[in-house]
Design a protein around this ligand. Structure first.
Ligand SMILES: Cc1cc2nc3c(=O)[nH]c(=O)nc-3n(C[C@H](O)[C@H](O)[C@H](O)COP(=O)(O)O)c2cc1C
Length: 356
């Protein structure tokens, strides 16, 4: 990967950043190098005009990029003050790095950053190692924390709430179209480097045809009349019961920078799990519905349902002031090396400003 004559440390940081996860692999980030400073922004089209600059999914993806930048900077031996955090609202520069006196040329990217990935296949139900549980339990990022749900009854309750949220998702035209636009079926579509390669969904036999069939919104509406949304939601949530544990990223429902902090913590947790051979499958459908409720974007006929979900989440967390930013299904994978999603060509995420 050539970064058009940029210093090695810039190329190293950008390559680390691009390994970050994002909702439906939308890659809502943009790096800019002006000859002295490397800056990170929310991408105008893929971020701001996509889900929106203030959407938690985008802010968490940028938080994950920042975590990768920070791990890469540490691996390079960059002094702490060379990487600075910026605006956490998604509208301005979100992080910047200036390194006047780089030392040794960089080697390989940190293994954890490079190897972290999504695994949507089946997992073993073997309990997680105690040391890993202890490591996760103390992970923090500002006011954000991690909780591991291992106990069967609690997992059952979370998966019930995911099912309810998912049922609403399949009745929402905007979310349905967004998913449809993200799916990549043919090799040509996959080669574009964004979105979700359907092979990475690890669907059961017949799953891909059913998915294709449901993508037309009018057809989905028809399917819903016969309980389509209930069936799809049931299938999605059923996976949550078959795993070692659920890992949740939890924090204040509002506050400056909470989403970016959640993204950083998510990324650290994900890397730690993958490094121990534990697979991770994120479920964002529940946090998404809660966010929609907070921002008045739930259709009036469904508001009471999402309020019920919100109250149940409050009960599970033991606090009405906190919310769940992400749910992860985790466990020893049965498919150890699933198809991984690609990334856009570098020039779509990195630009060099040439001074006049
Ligand atoms: C905020 C956020 C939300 C996500 N939500 C889901 C989800 O609901 N279901 C899912 O299967 N993957 C989800 N993912 C995983 C992304 O699809 C995945 O990170 C992306 O396709 C890139 O693949 P990789 O993680 O293997 O690099 C989410 C990731 C992020 C950062």
């Amino acid at each position: 990967m050539s970064l058009r004559g940029t210093p090695d440390w810039v190329s190293y940081l950008v390559r680390a950043g691009l390994h970050a996860p994002s909702a439906d692999n939308s890659q809502p980030w943009q790096f800019v190098w002006d000859g002295r400073t490397l800056e990170l922004f929310m991408h105008d089209e893929r971020g701001k005009r996509g889900l929106g600059a203030d959407h938690p999914a985008n802010l968490m993806a940028l938080g994950a990029v920042i975590e990768n930048l920070s791990q890469a900077a540490r691996a390079l031996g960059m002094p702490a003050e060379t990487l600075q955090m910026g605006d956490a609202s998604g509208s301005g520069c979100m992080a910047r790095a200036v390194w006047e006196h780089p030392q040794s040329p960089p080697g390989a990217l940190p293994a954890g950053v490079q190897q972290r990935h999504t695994n949507r296949g089946p997992f073993e139900t073997t309990a997680l190692d105690r040391r890993l549980l202890a490591e996760l339990a103390v992970m923090r990022q500002g006011p954000l924390r991690v909780a591991v749900v291992s106990e069967a009854q609690a997992r059952e309750r979370w998966s019930g709430l995911v099912r309810e949220a998912s049922e609403l998702r399949f009745q929402n035209e905007e979310i349905h179209r967004w998913l449809g636009d993200s799916l990549r079926f043919t090799p040509e579509e996959v080669a574009r480097g964004d979105g979700l390669d359907v092979a990475s969904l690890l669907l059961p036999p017949g799953g891909e045809s059913l998915l294709r069939l449901s993508l037309d919104w009018r057809r989905m509406v028809l399917l819903n009349r016969f309980g389509g949304c209930k069936l799809f939601a049931l299938l999605e949530a059923a996976m949550l019961k078959k795993c070692a544990a659920l890992v949740t990223v939890i924090g204040p429902a509002s506050g400056t920078g909470v989403e970016v902090a959640a993204g950083r913590l998510l990324q650290r947790v994900w890397i730690a799990l993958n490094e121990m051979g534990i697979a991770v499958h994120p479920y964002f459908v529940l946090p998404d519905q809660l966010h929609r409720l907070r921002t008045g974007r739930v259709a009036p006929e469904f508001v009471h349902k999402v309020r019920r979900i919100e109250a149940a989440v409050g009960e599970l967390l033991g606090s009405r002031d906190e919310t769940v930013f992400m749910l992860l299904r985790v466990g020893v994978p049965r498919v150890a090396a699933p198809v991984r999603s690609r990334r856009l060509p570098l020039e779509r995420s990195f630009s060099v400003l040439v001074s006049p």
